[in-house]
Ligand binder design. Structure first.
Ligand SMILES: Nc1nc2c(c(=O)[nH]1)N[C@H]1C(S)=C(S)[C@@H](COP(=O)(O)OP(=O)(O)OC[C@H]3O[C@@H](n4cnc5c(=O)[nH]c(N)nc54)[C@H](O)[C@@H]3O)O[C@H]1N2
Ligand SMILES: Nc1nc2c(c(=O)[nH]1)N[C@H]1C(S)=C(S)[C@@H](COP(=O)(O)OP(=O)(O)OC[C@H]3O[C@@H](n4cnc5c(=O)[nH]c(N)nc54)[C@H](O)[C@@H]3O)O[C@H]1N2
Ligand SMILES: [Mo]
Length: 683
């Protein structure tokens, strides 16, 4: 039995280090890797289900072409590559390379993902996407405030006396954070959860606050008001490290607990209690989730939340700080997943057009110069995961040719003319970073790809040869299709960094060069003022928002909804324990536990509509609908309904039938949580 170091490359906080036992070409056992201090318990159920996933009978093992009757048939690689090249050449000649869309999302982490971008650059450019579905409002809010997305090591939270899990549900989405939180609590820390839903995380809170969705900004400003009123400000820290405190104080002077309680629809005592905790308990850590920053006002909300840490001096000290996205391992640009947050400004002299990820469907439909004709989609499932599914479907169907690279026949793959089989994490070596812990890890090849599966790098190499891109252009950009070439390619990427090599990574996870255990411990902040910015002129200039983190209602709110739009319920679409977005749900091991979608409703909201537990209901708005069973949930805030995201249309429908394609106030994120619906008994 051979044992290999590897790591889970899913888009997940934990990014577990693991050791896999392989015998006769099969994975026999998966166990924790002791070298990853953040994930000592090893993988979750999804991780264990890899044993099934790699050998799943549903895996795509050959290229598949849709025949005129709409049926997918296996074809030879040579024919598939010829077909792609014929379409690429024709469309490039007729209307330029920008009439081709390259869309890649978050299906797997890895340095080699960058090979796709290199290919399209060598091809002469293409249309790409900017922004991201996941986290940009918070990333940009953090960058504007602290100058950088750097957090203290995950294990430092044990030193906190106050932990606020703000819009985060780590018991499901970051399970390895929970033992550290529990350890802090056993040493006397208080734990606060801020979430409109009852979750596994809120069950363990000392204080659980349920704001109306999209009102965290108001709550944060009122907490700051209360901290100031109680004399809880760290004046020395503010004097030395904070820019804009006076203007901020003037702003929050009017943001009383009563004001915020009316907006967030929570008891005023809870705001006072949280203000008191921040005023009294030091050090304090806020671990902010990604879910709450997908509203049209949430960039500003994240800045307001950060301000609480700034005025209480809770940055740069053990047990204190901001846990959001710890990009210390992102020493290679390619590991930043995804690479492009901003529309590219003519990199490499190649003209690139870029469309918004949040408005993917609409932008595909409306782009005219040139119009889009072909899409290449890999590592993503935009039909279920991007906003406004009906528009995404319409947009994809209007294209002339679609290539989708995936392991499974997803709702997006079903829209393709040609589906290419994708490797699994065990079938090609790569180097990955993470966004919660700081480690750089090796995702090691331990199996040969099954059937006719080829890693993407190999597909790009073959395409490049067929397109007659000269060899010297490929060097260092597109590795040859051999394990040796991949290793040399990765080794060259690691070379510039002290202490990083494949040999070291084979032993276990490695801390990145220059790793800071306590982020910002030296008190310097790479912002324009060199301090933590509560007033950010850049926020105003770049994003057109108020330089102070003022609160405004989200675009889709029951309070500002125009007359004639009878959608009174907030549709929440969080993540869930046993899937990563649209992945894993197709495996027997997972399906047994989670066979299909439900919409959670508060019993009162259900009762008002004559809906009983288990009834089949229609969840709808102007954009679309789902028909699924109802489940009554006493822990949900009244006026909210909730369906976890990631279900396939074939399983009952994606939540994104109802969501809107809109960007967040800052950062080009997707504000699809601004989403009002109605629910009625299905006829
Ligand atoms: N309404 C709503 N929608 C949401 C969210 C929400 O909260 N609410 N969450 C959003 C968030 S946070 C995210 S990150 C996005 C995720 O959206 P996507 O990045 O589109 O995510 P996945 O569902 O993980 O789909 C990735 C696909 O990649 C495939 N894949 C896995 N490994 C490989 C590989 O090595 N090669 C190739 N070619 N394919 C591979 C998988 O089989 C899967 O089909 O969804 C977003 N969508
Ligand atoms: N098991 C599992 N783990 C995952 C993932 C997964 O799909 N499955 N996905 C990974 C990825 S890509 C991401 S982005 C992260 C996301 O993981 P988290 O950061 O935990 O984010 P979400 O689950 O989207 O939302 C967290 C909580 O925010 C609450 N929420 C929604 N709106 C509001 C609001 O307006 N205010 C407040 N205070 N709370 C609100 C939701 O009810 C939810 O319980 O998880 C990662 N880890
Ligand atoms: Mo995400």
């Amino acid at each position: 039995m051979a044992v290999f170091t590897t790591a889970c490359p899913r888009n997940c906080y934990s990014t577990c280090g693991m050791r896999v036992h392989v015998e006769q070409g099969e994975i026999r056992r998966i166990e924790p890797h002791a070298g990853n201090r953040a994930t000592p318990e090893g993988v979750c159920l999804k991780g264990l289900s890899y044993v099934e996933r790699v050998r799943s009978p549903d895996r795509i093992l050959t290229p598949l072409r849709r025949n005129p009757d709409g049926v997918f048939e296996p074809i030879e690689w040579d024919d598939a590559l010829d077909l792609i090249v014929e379409n690429l050449r024709r469309i490039r000649d007729e209307s330029g390379p920008q009439s081709i869309l390259y869309y890649a999302a978050s299906g797997t982490k890895g340095l080699l993902n960058g090979v796709g971008s290199s290919f399209w650059r060598l091809f002469g450019g293409c249309t790409t996407t900017y922004g991201d579905l996941c986290w940009p409002a918070g990333l940009e809010a953090t960058r504007l405030t602290l100058g950088d997305n750097r957090n203290s090591a995950p294990w430092d939270i044990v030193n906190a006396r106050l932990i606020v899990l703000w819009g985060k549900n780590p018991a499901e989405t970051n399970i390895h954070q929970m033992p550290f939180v529990q350890q802090a609590r056993e040493s006397g820390a208080r734990v606060v959860v801020i979430d409109p839903r009852r979750t596994e995380t809120s069950e363990s809170a000392d204080l659980w606050i349920r704001p109306r969705p999209g009102t965290d900004g108001a709550l944060a400003l009122a907490v700051a008001h209360e901290v100031i009123r109680r004399g809880g400000v760290d004046l020395a820290f503010v004097r030395d490290r904070v820019h804009g405190y006076d203007e901020f104080t003037a702003l929050v002077g009017e943001c009383t607990p009563d004001w915020a309680a009316a907006i967030a629809e929570i008891p005023v005592e809870q705001i006072r209690a949280l203000g008191k905790l921040f005023a009294d308990a030091r050090p304090a850590t806020i671990s902010a989730g990604f879910g709450m920053q997908r509203y049209t006002n949430s960039g500003q909300a994240m800045r307001a939340i950060l301000a609480i840490l700034a005025i209480t001096g809770n940055i740069g000290r053990p047990g204190s700080g901001w846990v959001y996205a710890n990009l210390q391992s992102a020493v290679f640009d390619e590991v930043k997943d995804p690479v492009a947050f901003y529309p590219p400004e003519n990199p490499d002299g190649v003209i690139r057009v870029s469309i918004s990820t949040a408005r993917l469907g609409r932008d595909i439909l409306t782009q005219t110069d040139p119009p889009l004709r072909l899409a290449w989609i890999e590592r993503g499932n935009p039909v279920t995961q991007n906003p406004e599914t009906n528009v995404v479907l319409d947009a994809l169907r209007r294209l002339e040719f679609r290539v989708v690279v995936d392991q499974f026949m997803t709702d997006t793959a079903r829209e393709a003319d040609l589906v290419l089989p994708a490797k699994s994490m065990f079938e090609q070596t790569d180097v990955i970073g993470a966004y919660w812990h700081p480690y750089i890890q090796l995702r090691q090849k331990v199996l040969d790809p099954p059937g006719e599966v080829k890693p993407e790098t190999e597909v790009y190499w073959h395409l490049a040869r067929r397109l007659e891109i000269p060899d010297e252009m490929l060097r260092d950009r597109i590795p040859e299709p051999s394990d040796d070439a991949i290793q040399r390619f990765l080794e060259r990427r690691l070379e510039p960094f002290d202490g990083l090599s494949l040999a070291r990574l084979r032993d276990g996870p490695v801390l990145p060069p220059g790793h800071e255990e306590i982020a910002f411990a030296d008190g310097t902040f790479p912002t324009p003022s060199g301090r933590i910015e509560l007033v950010s002129l850049e926020a105003g200039q770049r994003w057109g928002v108020d330089p102070l983190p003022v609160f405004e209602e989200a675009a889709e709110s029951v309070r500002t909804q125009s007359a004639g739009k009878p959608y009174p319920l907030y549709l929440m679409t969080p993540n869930t324990k046993n899937r990563i977005h649209s992945q894993f749900g197709n495996l027997q091991m997972i399906r047994r536990l989670d066979p299909g979608p439900f919409v959670h409703l508060h019993p009162e909201d259900a009762g008002n509509r004559g809906i009983v537990d288990g009834a089949s209901v229609r969840v709808f708005n102007d954009r679309g609908e789902l028909r699924i069973p109802a489940r009554l949930d006493h822990g949900l805030k009244r006026g909210c309904v909730s369906i976890t995201n990631g279900w396939w249309i074939s399983e009952g429908g994606t939540v994104n039938f109802c969501s809107a394609g809109r960007e967040t106030d800052i950062g080009h994120g997707a504000a699809f949580h601004d989403n009002l619906v109605e629910v009625e008994t299905a006829g």
